[in-house]
Structures are given as structure tokens and as C-alpha cells.
Design a protein around this ligand. Structure first.
Ligand SMILES: [Zn+2]
Length: 322
């Protein structure tokens, strides 16, 4: 994709998280020609300013590489209205009712589109990853918390308030432990990075990150116990999702999906056990990993300027080579 003067086009893609903002310049072949990660500051106003700085820096870098930047995209957790570019609520970024798309477009001087991080990851998995060729699937991100993107006949569900997919806050244990959201027994109280760390320490274990707790499975009874509860909670949540949506596939992403067979094997058994009369959907781990958000963001950016044709030619190898 190049303009009348033969200058190649590219977009800016930012995967905005509570601790890190990962930015990239992605060319029309889907290749990441530059990337950099900045720490996410604390405080809503400051996040807006630093995010703008990152986009401006990425644009300058892209132009120094001889590329014409045609659009930008920011994918974020929270309640995101993709159509208007408004962020309704993002608790770990300190945002409520932020017109992020227009603020960023003004800062960087190109159109900027906003997307939901897990919906963007699902879009990437559907195009180039674990959900390739699958129209009905659920993308589940298990990180500090849990969120999902629900794809039905190839279209992602948004909901009336753009907050569909809050799988982490489905109450799965009646009168269970208190969640930070105010409800009791939410899925992510048990199965999430924060939940596992909290429950492991509460039972007398060390203060450890969830990945370290997973590494102790099989040799540490406390780790085994909190993990069993976590898998059970996730299976209950996925039972609800399966019965409501009838997905063909569940794709697991986020940090805890790297637990691999320690997660997949017991989860498949538990989901089969819960679903008495119907078969369980397939369960697979994301094949794009932490690249999924960036790839999804770059798809959204090209699409926002009417260049879906560019994206349809992308190949998995080229996109991941970056
Ligand atoms: Zn909750």
C-alpha cells in the first residue's frame, strides 16, 4: 500500500495496559517495523498525556523510516465504545468518560481509533491465530483479572453499554469470597493473577506472583488447592458461556494461559463434567500470545481508514516476525 508518490503507508498501534503501554509502527504488510514499551503512569490525566507523547514519538519514528502514517489505534481494558472512541470506565487507568479517540487524534495529527484489548486480541486470533477460520468462539484473557470477547457468527458482541464479556465478574461461587467489584464469588476472585496470589498467601503460603505459584503445582499442597479452586471457578464460568453462546472454541490468552497443560488438562475434564447433556467446546491456548493486542490494534487502525483490503493479505509469519 503506497500513495501516488510511492511512499509506503503504516499505522501506529498501542496496547495500553495498567502497567505498560506497548507501542508499535506497523506497515501495510503487517510487519512491526519499530516497537517500544513505556511504563504506564498513575493518574488519569497523566496517562492521557504520556499516551499522547508515545503516539507522537511513534509517528516521528515511522516518518524517519520513510513511512506515511495514515492512522493510529489504542486498545485498552475497560468499557470502550469503539464507534465513538469514548472510554466509559477503565478502573486501572483512572478513566471515566474520556473521549480518547478525539484527544489522541488532536495530539498526533492522524485519525486514531480506540478498541477493547481483549476484543482486539480475539480479532487477531481469528485472522491469524488460534481461532483461524472459526466464526463462533470466545477469547478469554486471564491476567491480573479476567475478561472475554464473545464472537458469534464472526461478529463480536458489544452490549448496550459496551461492557459485554465481563466473564471475570460472573458470580460462580454462591456467597463466595468478596470481589473488588463489590459482588461475592466472582470468577476472578479465584482464577486470576491477583486472585491466586491473594488466596495462596491467605492460606499461609508465601507472597508470590501467580506464575510462581503455578510452578509449584504438584509439590506444594497450598498451590494445588488454590489452583483446583481456580480451575473449578473457570470451568463454571465457561459452562455458563457455553450454554449461552454455543461457541465452537475457547481461546485462552493472558499471562496465566502460559500454564499450558497444568491449566488445559484439568479444565477440559472439569468443563466436560459440568456440561451434562451437551459436548464441551474445544479449548486452545492463544498462538499469538502477547502480540495479539498489537496485531488486533493495527488491524483496527487500517480498517478505520477503509483499508481492510490491506489487512486481508497479511500472513502470520510476516506479522509475527517484526
Ligand atoms: Zn467481581
Amino acid at each position: 500500500m503506497s500513495d501516488s508518490e510511492g511512499v509506503a503507508s503504516a499505522v501506529l498501534a498501542v496496547d495500553l495496559g495498567g502497567t505498560t503501554m506497548k507501542g508499535a509502527v506497523v506497515d501495510a504488510a503487517g510487519r512491526t517495523v519499530h516497537e517500544e514499551a513505556w511504563p504506564t503512569p498513575t493518574g488519569g490525566e497523566l496517562v492521557i498525556r504520556v499516551l499522547g507523547d508515545l503516539l507522537v514519538a511513534l509517528r516521528a519514528r515511522g516518518e524517519r523510516l520513510g513511512l506515511r502514517i495514515v492512522a493510529g489505534s489504542v486498545v485498552s481494558p475497560g468499557t470502550i465504545d469503539d464507534a465513538t472512541g469514548m472510554i466509559g470506565y477503565a478502573s486501572n487507568l483512572g478513566w471515566r468518560d474520556v473521549p480518547l479517540a478525539s484527544l489522541m487524534a488532536e495530539r498526533v495529527g492522524v485519525p486514531v481509533v480506540i478498541g477493547h484489548d481483549v476484543r482486539a486480541a480475539g480479532l487477531a486470533e481469528q485472522r491469524l491465530g488460534a481461532a483461524s477460520g472459526v466464526e463462533d468462539f470466545v477469547q478469554v484473557s486471564i491476567g491480573t483479572g479476567v475478561a472475554a470477547a464473545l464472537f458469534d457468527s464472526g461478529t463480536v458482541a458489544l452490549g448496550a453499554t459496551r461492557s459485554a464479556g465481563e466473564l471475570g465478574h460472573i458470580p460462580v461461587i454462591p456467597d463466595g469470597e468478596l470481589c473488588t467489584c463489590g459482588q461475592r464469588g466472582c470468577l476472578e476472585v479465584y482464577m486470576s493473577g491477583a486472585g491466586l496470589a491473594r488466596r495462596y498467601a491467605a492460606r499461609g503460603g508465601d507472597v508470590l506472583q501467580a506464575e510462581r505459584i503455578v510452578a509449584r503445582l504438584g509439590s506444594d499442597p497450598i498451590a494445588d488447592a488454590v489452583w483446583a479452586d481456580a480451575v473449578h471457578a473457570l470451568a463454571l464460568g465457561l459452562t455458563t458461556v457455553t450454554l449461552l453462546l454455543d461457541p465452537a472454541l475457547v481461546v485462552l490468552g493472558g499471562g496465566l494461559s502460559r500454564a499450558g497443560d497444568s491449566l488445559l488438562a484439568p479444565l477440559r475434564v472439569a468443563l466436560d463434567d459440568q456440561l451434562a447433556w451437551r459436548s464441551a467446546p474445544r479449548i486452545a491456548v492463544s498462538t499469538l500470545g502477547s502480540d495479539a493486542g498489537r496485531i488486533g490494534a493495527s488491524v483496527l487502525a487500517f480498517r478505520s481508514v477503509g483499508r481492510d483490503d490491506v489487512v486481508s493479505g497479511w500472513q502470520r509469519e510476516g506479522v509475527l516476525a517484526g
